[in-house]
Design a protein around this ligand. Structure first.
Ligand code: HEM
Length: 181
């Protein structure tokens, strides 16, 4: 996982919970990196998973809720760093449709060898989008949070369902998104 994901996790913990908690996480997880991350370098996924697990123990918040909250926070960090992707898309659904073919395609030029999911889609109606998430990392709850962050960015109210999940043994996750009028 890219260092930008780690530096953003560090920022979230320090800003929303406290620098002492970040120090406790490092003391307990003892990452090889010693918590020193640069945005384009890669660091082991296990390191992030261990840190989220430790944050869950400290705060009593379930891991999946933390992953979702982190996705939401990460969206705003990525959008601030790369504002062009939001600027280019007029609305939330058009933005979501551009993740695979525009945004993550561009990410491959900006960050060397990123690990990215496949995010195909179908649009049954103007205000509805079905997304199909596939990734060996099964970070669908991170995707849920990222989508929530994007909805905040566009100021839309939406309904979300995740009726098929890789965590239940399926080969993909199905996200059903409906923008409420
Ligand atoms: C709603 C919008 C987005 C969704 C749902 C999304 C989804 C994801 C997910 C789920 C991952 C984790 C990797 C995996 O699942 O295998 C990921 C990684 C990543 N995404 Fe996106 N993404 C979104 C927007 C963006 C934007 C705006 C950027 C800005 C450049 C971006 C850049 C990245 C980067 C750098 C990684 C890390 C790659 C790595 O660690 O190697 N994404 N994305």
């Amino acid at each position: 996982m890219k260092g930008i994901v780690f530096t953003t996790f560090n920022d979230m913990v320090e800003q929303q919970i406290g620098i002492d908690v970040w120090d406790r996480i490092l003391d307990s997880v003892k990452p090889e990196s010693e918590g020193i991350y640069t945005s384009v370098e890669d660091f082991p996924d296990e390191e992030l998973i261990a840190m989220v697990g430790e944050l869950s123990t400290i705060t009593g918040t379930p891991v999946l809720d933390l992953v979702r909250a982190f996705g939401q926070y990460l969206f705003h960090a990525l959008a601030m760093r790369h504002p062009v992707f939001v600027e280019e898309k007029p609305d939330f659904i058009e933005f979501l449709k551009s993740i695979e073919d525009v945004i993550h395609k561009e990410v491959k030029k900006l960050y060397p060898n990123p690990n990215l999911p496949s995010l195909q889609w179908e649009q049954p109606e103007e205000n509805r989008l079905i997304m199909f998430y596939r990734s060996p990392r099964k970070l669908c709850h991170l995707a849920e949070g990222l989508i929530k962050g994007a909805a905040e960015q566009y100021g839309v109210d939406y309904s979300f369902a995740h009726p098929i999940c890789m965590h239940d043994g399926h080969d993909h996750c199905r996200f059903e998104i409906r923008v409420n009028e």
